[in-house]
Design a protein around this ligand. Sequence first.
Ligand SMILES: C[S@@+](CC[C@H](N)C(=O)[O-])C[C@H]1O[C@@H](n2cnc3c(N)ncnc32)[C@H](O)[C@@H]1O
Length: 221
Amino acid sequence: MQYQHIQNGIIEAPVEIDKIRDVYNKMSRIYFLATPLEKKARMRGIELARIQPDDKVLEVAVGIGHSFFEILKRVGGENTVYGLDLSPAMLEKTRKLATKKGYFNFELREGDARHLPFPDETFDVVYNSYMLDLIPIEEFSVILNEFHRVLKKDGRLILVNLSKKDNSPVFMEKVYKMAPYLLGGCRPVLMASFVKQAGFRNVIREIPKSIFPSEIVAGLK
Ligand SMILES: C[S@@+](CC[C@H](N)C(=O)[O-])C[C@H]1O[C@@H](n2cnc3c(N)ncnc32)[C@H](O)[C@@H]1O
């Protein structure tokens, strides 16, 4: 079975992009339920991004906006924050909530992380949470190269994903192999070596304590 394929300790994600869009369009209504489990790692990721009011920030895969609102809090009101997602339903939720919270300095675009619709060297920070853990391994480098391309020199990359301590098998992978969409299509990934391969320096990895471990991997262009 395809799910058995393992590379660098990561099991493959044989999921197609149209299926992911479809799943997350449907999940947009209940995705708030995932928040408490992922909050700690997301917040640590935001902290490591050291966002300043004049930073130009892009969040790829905004979902329903959990991290996006934290980014908006840290960026000055005159400065536009950019967000992108594959799912129009997720984007619509984020747009409505951001406006309700009184933010107007943002631009949300429907798009694919594999082809970012932004020029080279545009952003000081690229933040991306719980997306690469959905993506097939061979596409990691395509996406990380895009993140590298749109970051300015010395720009900060922050990735937050479902993970595991090291490359030994874990129970969650058994669940994924049986029913990949039970966990929203996510399986544990280990991104640090891919981030280094994409040309980032000063790469660090942290795993905050949690029942479902997540890793934060950060690096500089
Ligand atoms: C598990 S949710 C995480 C959402 C948000 N980042 C968070 O931490 O709550 C995954 C999100 O990634 C988006 N996504 C998946 N593949 C994508 C791609 N190739 N490009 C852009 N967004 C993608 C989905 O539409 C969904 O909103």
